[in-house]
Design a protein. Structure first.
Length: 169
């Protein structure tokens, strides 16, 4: 690879990091607007202020997009980069490896967020109690996903400096 060429795995990681940072900015913004409305119960959810519904939708959307982007782009690419192996692997193997080397804070927490994301994707209007509980959980814990993203980003930056110390940053 010549100096002008960028490794496709590194390009994917960098792109996924920029995408994740954009999602996190919007999550933070929406979170600050929604703070006074949480915790929710079924009645509060039914009476949710109409002008704030788009903010809640944005909060859910950005959480889902961040979680999806990490699952499909960032974490598999980090695994490929750190192993110099882009052979497809079962996702649980990727999670286990990344947790073992400190790039992922917790495989169990990752699975928790995946389940939460799936609950949000299958929202049923007749289950407002469950929806309120899911949203309360998301609102209370989304910063744990932020920490997970930041840990992955810091781990990548650290490992890439080890691999390419002359690039300086």
């Amino acid at each position: 690879m010549s100096n002008g060429d960028i490794d496709p795995t590194i390009a994917t990681i960098e792109s996924a990091l920029r995408e994740g940072e954009a999602h996190l900015r919007q999550l933070e913004r929406a979170s600050s607007i929604l703070t006074d409305l949480f915790p929710l119960n079924a009645e509060a959810l039914k009476a949710f202020p109409e002008d704030t519904v788009p903010v809640l939708d944005q909060f859910i959307y950005r959480f889902t997009k961040l979680q999806d982007s990490m699952a499909t782009r960032l974490l598999p690419s980090l695994y490929a980069y750190l192993n110099a192996d882009d052979t497809p692997r079962p996702f649980l193997d990727i999670l286990s490896f990344l947790e073992k080397i400190g790039i992922l804070t917790s495989e169990r927490d990752w699975q928790f967020f995946r389940g939460l994301r799936n609950n949000l994707a299958h929202d049923y209007p007749e289950s407002t109690v469950q929806t309120a509980e899911t949203l309360n959980t998301l609102f209370a814990r989304w910063r744990d996903l932020l920490t997970m993203f930041e840990t992955a980003r810091a781990g990548y930056r650290s490992k890439s400096k080890e691999a390419y110390p002359e690039s300086g940053d």
